[in-house]
Design a protein around this ligand. Structure first.
Ligand SMILES: [Zn+2]
Length: 301
């Protein structure tokens, strides 16, 4: 946005904001807004719902107090588990329940079947949209609570560095080079976006400025957190990791998160590079999480 918001507080209950192209607009402060530091808002949004106009200001949250320890936590982000922590905790972003998802499909189906001029059509789409908005609200709430917890509990929060934009890029490809598994990839895209990864990372940075880092960690799920050996046969299943080199066993998600804590990328070139050989369920998952392993230029340390 860049342009800062100009807000003047008129009295305890009223304030006014300069809306570009519209001029000064007075608004009544909600209970929450009475004590808020309005001039610090970066953006605002005006909406019309239930017959009333609302204005909402986006304020960057205050940094949370650091715990005063040097404890480092690594977070491995995944699709089946939203965030696996290196202390073994698993955090899941709430989504719609199976029942709610069925309701969304039902309303969308009814809307699709309703004729063009049928008022039912818009009503059914609105019902589906309301359910989807509920999911978005839950996700935002979860990201706020989780980022606050991370900022308060750990001295340093390390995230597995991944390029969500690349990961969610459509698999359709081009006319010359059509992509494969387009439908599967688009399903994965949806679930990645649904997890709110980007938001969690951003909010943690806001609440723990300078205490959140991105760690380049290729092959986090295939690397042994005990000895560093990378081999895809070590990932026995989606949940179990057993190092073929040293025999270390661990929960697969905890192992990956521990690698993120250590902040170590590839230390050995994997004997079986990801994507080669037979594609089992486990390996197709890991290659989906680390889609573009690029070994050229990765320092060996
Ligand atoms: Zn090992």
């Amino acid at each position: 946005m860049g342009r800062s918001v100009v807000v003047h507080r008129l009295n305890r209950r009223w304030a006014q904001v300069n809306v570009p192209g519209c001029g000064w607009v007075r608004f009544r402060l909600s209970a929450k807004g009475k004590g808020a530091r309005l001039p610090e808002a970066k953006t605002f949004r005006v909406t019309f719902r239930n017959g009333q106009w609302h204005i909402a200001f986006a304020v960057i949250p205050e940094p949370a107090p650091a715990p005063g320890t040097d404890e480092v936590i690594g977070i491995d982000r995944g699709v089946t588990i939203t965030a696996a922590l290196s202390d073994g905790r698993k955090l899941n972003c709430p989504q719609l329940t199976v029942k709610e998802r069925a309701q969304v499909r039902k309303h969308e189906r009814r809307a699709a079947r309703a004729g063009k001029d049928n008022p039912q059509k818009a009503a059914e789409y609105a019902k589906a949209a309301r359910l989807k908005a509920r999911e978005a609200n839950r996700r935002k709430d979860w990201c706020e609570k989780t980022s606050t917890m991370l900022a308060r509990s750990y001295g340093l929060v390390r995230f597995e560095k991944l390029n969500i934009q690349n990961m969610t890029r459509s698999a359709k490809g081009t006319v010359q080079q059509p992509g494969t598994n387009v439908a599967q990839k688009s399903g994965l895209n949806r679930s990645i976006l649904a997890q709110g990864w980007g938001l969690l990372r951003r909010r943690t940075e806001h609440k723990a400025p300078g205490r959140a880092e991105d760690v380049p960690a290729p092959y986090t799920s295939l690397r042994c957190s005990a000895c560093g050996w990378i081999e895809k046969r070590s990932l026995k299943s989606q949940a179990d990791f057993e190092c073929v080199s040293c025999g270390f066993t661990c929960n697969a998600d905890k192992n990956a998160a521990t690698n993120v804590t250590a902040g170590q990328g590839g230390i050995h070139r994997p004997r079986c590079s990801a994507g080669a050989g037979g594609a089992t369920a486990a390996t197709s998952r890991s290659s989906a999480r680390e889609p573009q392993p690029n070994w050229v230029g990765i320092p060996l340390f």
